[in-house]
Design a protein around this ligand. Structure first.
Ligand SMILES: *Cc1c(COP(=O)(O)O)cnc(C)c1O
Length: 400
């Protein structure tokens, strides 16, 4: 730092050596922090082809975006500070006042909240269709104002499959865009953009980050949607920290083997649950009796660790007791981490307008990376509690 030998210490502390050009090579990218990007010439200051400001992301974010773009078979990938931010950014990028969205009734609840809140306030209307495989029913709802069909397959908490290739084909022919919340597949089990979908959205918080400790979202797009998302990102200023981008990239390294383990254990546990007398139905498209099985088999390479069960009708207090008695299944929101979770979902289903009703309480299960035999033992213990409760009720002559 001979250039700074003749300046005072306070200046030297500001301009002293930064080791940017002496980076050692590591398997992962550097965590590259920076808001200001130092430019080499005055021409560069206003060169639109250069990244001139750190908000759009430096090396670390660009490495992640490239990896996600390739994962989703997209032209470009945009990252956001949460999965919900990716959803709201996509909706606001693609829609304008006077437009209408058709959305799947089993869509993630906060998606519905944004449509009913901010977007309604900005003059966008939303109508919902039953989470059906019936493409003609969706086509019949399209009006000249319809700009976007928002899909989620399998649906949140209830796992109904939609025929995404058929819906995307129909929508494209009608001049309507499509977006899919692809979080369940992690971009590994299903590639929406290969089937004509315009935007594939993921909560990277789930399997990509994979350790229940990072929030991040993805919108991967092809064609005209890329322009709209780029413009919107530039206008709204979403930024992801390089530390979080690093963690998401680290998660991607092990995504395939983790998903294989989550999926194999989930299938084993779903099959076991389907045989248990306290369980009315297992909502999992990998089971042959599931109404979405044929579509899942055609388009998805596997399942992840997330599915639901419907219990036979039973008192709420007994369900609460059962859930609180489990030792390996934590009670909590989110999923996609290494650990198993369980969540009662009935309050979340109450906002739906055109979905079926279920016979009893609905519990969402996330199968983690633990040994599936230990997880089955934990669930058996919980279901035994329900059976004991039911037997005691019967002895006292009470019914549900
Ligand atoms: C969790 C989730 C989101 C939201 O992701 P966050 O990162 O928690 O904001 C969106 N869609 C689906 C299907 C989810 O499960």
């Amino acid at each position: 730092m001979t250039a700074f030998r003749n300046v005072t210490e306070s200046t030297r502390l500001i301009h002293g050596e930064a080791l940017c050009d002496r980076l050692q090579r590591t398997p992962g990218p550097p965590i590259h922090r920076g808001s200001t990007i130092l430019l080499d010439s005055c021409e560069q200051v206003y060169d639109p082809s250069l990244v001139t400001y750190g908000r759009v992301g430096l090396t670390t974010q660009r490495s992640l975006r490239d990896a996600l773009r390739d994962l989703e078979h997209a032209d470009e990938a945009f990252i956001y500070p949460s999965g919900l931010a990716a959803i709201t950014a996509t909706l606001s990028a693609l829609l304008a006042s006077g437009d209408e969205v058709l959305a799947c009734d089993s869509v993630y609840n906060p998606t519905r909240r944004y449509l009913a809140g901010t977007l309604a306030r900005f003059g966008v209307t939303a109508r919902y269709f039953a989470p059906t495989t019936d493409v003609a029913a969706i086509k019949a709802m399209i009006t000249p104002a319809t700009k976007l069909i928002f899909l989620e397959s399998p649906g949140s908490n209830t796992f109904e499959m939609q025929d995404i290739p058929a819906i995307a084909r129909m929508a494209r022919a009608m001049g309507v865009m499509t977006a899919v919340d692809n979080t369940w597949s992690s971009g590994v089990l299903f590639k929406p953009l290969d089937h004509g979908v315009d935007v594939s959205i993921q909560s990277l918080t789930k399997y990509v980050c994979g350790h229940s400790d990072v929030f991040m979202g993805l919108a991967a797009a092809s064609g005209t949607a890329v322009e709209l998302l780029a413009k919107s990102s530039n206008e709204t200023g979403w930024a992801v920290s390089p530390d979080d981008a690093y963690l998401a990239l680290r998660g991607l390294r092990t995504l395939h083997p983790r998903l294989a383990r989550h999926g194999a254990s989930a299938l084993k546990i779903a099959q076991w649950l389907a045989e248990q007398p306290e369980v009315h139905t297992v909502l999992c498209p990998a089971l042959p009796q599931d109404p979405g099985h044929a579509i899942w088999q055609r388009n998805y390479s596997d399942i992840c660790g997330l599915f639901s069960i419907v219990l036979n009708p039973v008192a709420d207090a007994a369900v609460r007791q059962m859930l609180e008695s489990l030792s390996l299944f934590g009670l909590g929101y989110s999923w996609g981490g290494f650990e198993s979770l369980i969540l009662p979902c009935d309050p979340q289903l109450a906002v739906r307008t055109c979905s079926g009703k279920f016979a009893g309480p609905l519990l969402r299960i996330h199968v983690g990376l633990e040994d599936p035999s230990d997880l089955i033992a934990d669930l058996r213990h919980g279901l035994d509690q329900l059976s004991r409760h039911r037997a005691a009720m019967a002895r006292s002559g009470q019914k549900y």
